[in-house]
Design a protein around this ligand. Structure first.
Ligand code: ADP
Ligand code: MG
Length: 560
């Protein structure tokens, strides 16, 4: 074959400085891109073989990664379909580069950082290499070819002597990126991006401990699990498998509460396993533990903006080939497929919770304390989830009984309404401090809720606006009997003048009190000694409390 020189066919004079500049934030994804190309080429060969289009031996299809520190090279070798000279010209010079060009055109106005994890295919190798060689032999009976390019728009195609089918990509790593010649660094990247790829990937040889030191064996060091749990049939799996996989993903974490195995074929493809972590009451949970994959290729572990806010509290894996690899985060967020996937997941999560609630309420109640921050967060931030969750959202009373919203309404409707028929939900956020108020209320036959969770006050406000004629009143905030209708409310047995004096006396001693009310509807402690209740205005108190919470909880960004 004659050596051929050519100009890469794009309008930009020199695309490589632009690639380096715009992808600056995340050089490391080049490895993911090259390994996933190798996987694609191998999968294609398997498909051709099963269709009878390829009749040769498949042989060992392991992809090999190797570094040569003396030559400053990193090599990715596969035994996939390979490319003919014509295909090299087409796929590497024209298609790949034009898509790279398009990509940069589209995103050059965005801030440098946005591209982040999202790659640019084959050409991302020029982020770390001063020269790239591709030596490839097609599965079709054609001579092997070598393509080289040194980062200028010029490339060379020539004949190569390669007997085996497949492709070797040899990167001559540039001086600024020498870290990609370190074994530990490559191992880290392979673990991060390639851990669950469907074709075995070998990096060096397995080592063994012998006589106190580690020695290389003949066996390939395979770094990936080609059939991760989420890619397998739910019917074949046991609880133990799910728990083990959870521990693999998040070593040393508490066992999850429940999980959902997602498995959708239509109208989009989606698999994955989502775990409900044990969220500790009143501890800010870790967000963004979900890993996003596309065909088992890791994309990102920051799913914020891709799935609804509250789902970022879940753990696990989502895999969808319909989530595009080569795009920026801002593009992902507006992608229609991603939106559909995201609302599908919300629905599945609600289904699962409703299912457990209906079929195993004792289990659901038992786990409620660990679940509730998640459910409340969902109700507060996602309209659709609210509609579903109001069926299984629980309220806990001060004597540890749990009720659904509907059940609680029934419980208090005969005894806890005001003059206009508004339901009064009495609550405490501190059983110890408000002990005497709670007791007094109970003596009157009222029920008192315990709302001491991080989001309870927010949820109470939301329920007030959503539920018909409902009001949440903290047990010490108003005189309960002024709110709840009573047949005969006793008149105050002191004069207005006396009231005024007392009011002033209290205010001067207790400056936080905005208003003092007197109630004489309590049993005298001693004869002729009337107890007085000091209360605070509910609305003012709640406003202050919310403001304090909001500043303390930057964690909940989108709180209404
Ligand atoms: P994409 O993978 O999205 O198609 P890339 O820029 O990563 O874009 O690759 C461009 C094309 O080059 C691929 O579609 C494929 O046809 C070809 N190619 C890249 N790497 C290989 C490989 N290892 N074996 C065979 N073909 C390859
Ligand atoms: Mg690719």
């Amino acid at each position: 074959m004659e050596e051929k020189k050519g100009q890469i066919g794009v309008t930009t004079d020199n695309i490589f400085p632009i690639i380096k500049k715009f992808l600056y934030s995340d050089h490391e994804i080049f490895l993911r891109e090259l390994v996933s190309n190798a996987v694609d080429a191998t999968q294609k060969l398997k498909t051709f073989s099963s269709l009878g289009e390829f009749k040769g031996e498949l042989g060992d299809l392991t992809i090999h990664i190797s570094v040569d520190k003396d030559k400053n090279t990193l090599t990715i070798s596969d035994k996939g379909i390979g490319m003919t000279a014509e295909e090299v010209d087409k796929y590497l010079n024209q298609i790949a580069l034009s898509s790279a060009n398009e990509f940069l055109d589209k995103y050059k106005d965005d801030a440098n950082s946005i591209i982040g994890h999202f790659g640019l295919g084959f050409y991302s190798s020029f982020m770390v290499a001063k020269q790239v060689e591709v030596i490839t032999k097609s599965y079709k009976d054609e001579p092997a070819v070598k393509w080289t390019c040194d980062g200028s728009p010029e490339f060379t195609i020539s004949a190569a002597d390669k007997a085996e089918r497949g492709t070797d990509i040899i990167l001559h790593i540039d001086d600024e990126n020498k870290n990609f010649l370190e074994k530990a660094e490559i191992e880290r990247l392979l673990k991060k991006y390639c851990r669950f790829l469907p074709i075995p990937i070998a990096f060096g040889k397995k080592t063994e401990w012998k006589d106190g030191k580690s020695e290389e064996t003949d066996e390939d060091n395979i770094i990936n699990d080609t059939t991760p749990l989420w890619s397998r049939k739910p019917s074949e799996l046991k609880d133990e498998d799910y728990k083990k996989f959870y521990q693999d993903l998040y070593p040393f974490t508490d066992e999850p509460l429940f999980w959902i195995h997602l498995n959708v074929d239509y109208p989009f493809k989606l698999t994955g396993i989502l775990y409900f972590p044990k969220l500790k009451p009143n501890v800010d949970p870790h967000k963004n533990k979900i890993q996003l994959y596309s065909n088992q290729v890791f994309i990102t572990d920051s799913v914020e903006g891709i799935v609804p806010e509250f789902l970022t509290l879940l753990h696990g894996v989502i895999d969808s080939p319909d989530i595009p690899l080569n795009v920026s985060r801002s593009y992902l967020q507006s992608d229609q497929n991603v939106k559909k996937i995201s609302s599908h997941i919300t629905k599945k999560v609600a289904d699962r919770l409703e299912d457990i609630f209906k079929n195993d309420r004792p289990q659901f109640e038992e786990k409620w304390d660990n679940l509730k921050i998640f459910i409340e967060y969902g109700m507060l931030t996602d309209e659709k989830f609210y509609d579903r969750a109001q069926k299984f959202c629980l309220l806990k009373s001060t004597d540890s009984k749990t009720f659904t919203l509907e059940e609680y309404k029934t419980l208090i409707s005969s005894n806890q309404t005001d003059k206009d028929g508004t339901l009064i939900y009495l609550y405490t956020n501190n059983k110890e401090e408000q002990y005497s108020y709670i007791n007094a209320a109970k003596e009157h036959g009222y029920d008192v809720l315990l709302l001491d969770g991080q989001l309870d006050v927010h949820l109470a406000s939301m329920l007030e606006s959503k539920l018909e004629k409902s009001r949440f009143v903290r047990i010490d905030s108003d005189i309960i009997d002024n709110i709840i209708k009573k047949e005969d409310i006793k008149e105050a047995e002191i004069t207005d003048k006396q009231k005024e004096n007392l009011d002033e006396a209290f205010k001067s001693q207790l400056p936080v009190i905005e208003k003092v009310d007197f109630s004489f509807d309590y049993k005298p402690l001693k004869e002729n000694v009337q107890p007085i209740q000091i209360t605070q205005d509910e609305y003012m108190r709640r406003m202050k409390e919310m403001a304090a919470m909001q500043t303390g909880m930057s964690f909940y960004r989108e709180m209404p």
